[in-house]
Design a binder for this molecule. Structure first.
Ligand SMILES: *[C@@H]1O[C@H](CO)[C@@H](O)[C@H](O)[C@H]1NC(C)=O
Ligand SMILES: *[C@@H]1O[C@H](CO)[C@@H](O)[C@H](O)[C@H]1NC(C)=O
Length: 490
């Protein structure tokens, strides 16, 4: 082994140096330098061998990494499966870390590779956390176990452990437990995570969830594996004591089935009366009340709900216009905010587009034509793309009391395979995204008060890619177009 020989040589050389401090005063000593020179060259040769070993290892690692990219999709539009997307994030981060470690030792001047790596847009820890939490919020909403959600793309023991750990840190102990269990099932000799670590986490999550018998079961398994682990002995004794005091023992293996109205609607379980009422509503062609621009190309209008009135307009934007809007928006997207700033209740990225682009201007004009409202005090077109489990929990669009968002025009720029519906929990309406269509409703009643029935939410995207564009239309400028009313009931 090259490295071993090198160590021996270095050691010898140090001893030799220690005993001979002067050369020039003795020819005998000078002749020793020939030996020294041989040693130097041999050392250099060994060094090169060692470097070659590292290059071989790097080449092997590169092959493995390339194999990984070959097996998983890379086109962002194709990343429809949240598990595949999470896997890609985890993989990219691991790749970056290993390349960074190798190139740190680069012999090149100024280490250009490190500088190049710094420019790479690599997922940060927060991205992994966000993606894993998105996955968990999908599981919560759609009542999915790890095996349900990984049907198409499975996770290995290490990846599942990461999801479990992130759930654990967010105090989502049941989901953490289920992911650790999934990880334990997939443990192999190549896994970085160990059985002992997983057993400990399984026991801890069960304890925090309140399921003491399960905590004890996994604690005992850990103790069998690691009989000298005193900490586990203490914990087991504690659990035994606590068990007599606790009366409840929630079932950690089974997800609860309770849901809010919002969750039920998102799952598409609309109550029968609501869907009948929805079907009874009408569909017709509209010219925006005789707008000349719509006379020859009337828009197809469908009443999705009567109270509050929610109207769907079909085919109001072409695929090409959509592509252009996406293209303009992509480089500008940043995390969407709520009234209080960035928040877990709204997970998407968005941008307000300026009106000076021709496509944006055309879309704005069309909205004005269809709704008959003035765009003077409207906000810029707000393009939004949702991430893994991306959602916007129930909220009102109205923020401002002075010049409120009188109405919302929501354009769907993509279909979403599963999830991503716009739902109105107060009235039980669920609207499925359909590319090229838009929905429109008034947030304010004619008397200026917020219509409480317009509370709505964007359901988590389960499969697919959700793009929307919002136009929030404000009160100012609508005085003659939508006259206000002093009536309490209007
Ligand atoms: C998840 O898996 C369980 C058990 O295999 C099954 O009963 C359930 O229907 C699945 N749920 C979904 C939403 O697919
Ligand atoms: C949008 O961007 C893609 C990728 O850069 C490009 O191929 C496509 O032609 C663009 N589409 C339009 C309509 O500009």
């Amino acid at each position: 082994m090259a490295v071993k020989e090198l160590t021996v040589l270095v050691a010898c050389s140090l001893i030799a140096c220690a005993t001979s401090d002067e050369f020039f005063t003795s020819t005998d000593k000078i002749s020793q330098l020939f030996g020294e020179e041989k040693f130097l060259l041999a050392t250099f040769s060994l060094y090169i061998d060692a470097e070659e070993e590292i290059v071989k290892r790097m080449k092997r690692d590169l092959l493995l990494l390339q194999l990984g990219t070959y097996l998983d999709p890379v086109d962002p539009e194709e990343i429809k499966d949240p598990v595949a997307a999470l896997k890609l994030l985890i993989r990219l981060r691991a790749e970056w870390l290993s390349i960074e470690e190798y190139t740190q030792k680069s012999l090149y001047k100024d280490n250009v590779y490190q500088i190049l790596l710094e420019y790479a847009q690599i997922p940060q820890i927060e991205d992994l956390e966000g993606a894993a939490l998105g996955l968990i919020s999908l599981q919560e909403l759609y009542k999915l176990y790890p095996h349900n959600i990984t049907k198409e793309t499975s996770l290995n023991a290490d990846e599942a452990y990461i999801v479990g750990l992130i759930a654990f840190r967010q105090n989502k102990f049941q989901h953490a437990f289920l992911w650790f269990l999934y990880s334990l099932d997939r443990l192999t000799e190549y896994s970085a995570i160990t059985e002992k670590e997983l057993l400990r986490y399984l026991s801890d999550s069960a304890y925090h969830f309140g399921s003491l018998p399960v905590a004890m079961y996994f604690g005992q398994r850990l103790l069998n594996l690691d009989p000298t682990n005193d900490e586990v002995k203490v914990l087991l004794n504690l659990y035994r004591l606590l068990r007599f005091q606790r009366t409840s023992n929630p079932d950690i293996f089974t997800l609860n089935t309770q849901s809010s109205k919002y969750e039920t609607l998102c799952r598409g379980e609309i109550d029968e009366r609501t869907s009948k009422r929805q079907r009874a509503l009408s569909c017709r062609y509209s010219t925006g009340g005789g707008n000349p621009r719509l006379m020859y190309a009337p828009v197809k209008e469908e009443v999705e709900w009567d109270e509050p009135r929610i109207i769907r307009y079909h085919d109001i934007i072409s695929d090409r216009e959509i592509e252009i809007l996406k293209n303009i928006s992509r480089p500008l997207l940043s995390r969407s905010e709520t009234k209080g700033g960035v928040s877990k209740i709204r997970t998407s990225q968005s941008v307000f587009l300026k009106d000076d682009n021709t496509v944006v201007a055309r879309v704005n004009q069309r909205i004005a034509d269809i709704t008959g409202l003035s765009m003077k005090s409207a906000e810029g077109l707000h393009v939004q793309n949702y991430g893994i489990g991306g959602k916007y929990e129930p909220h009102y669009d109205e923020w401002d009391d002075e010049n409120g968002r009188i109405a919302t025009f929501l354009i769907y720029m993509s279909d979403v395979e599963i999830g991503g519906s716009t739902v109105f929990p107060k009235v039980g309406v669920s609207l499925k995204p359909k590319q090229g269509s838009a929905v429109f409703w008034y947030n304010l009643r004619k008397n200026g008060n917020v219509d409480l029935n317009t509370e709505h939410a964007g359901c988590p995207v389960f499969r697919g890619n959700k793009w929307v564009a919002n136009k929030w239309i404000h009160e100012f400028g609508q005085e003659f177009r939508r006259p206000c009313s002093l009536s309490y009931s209007e």
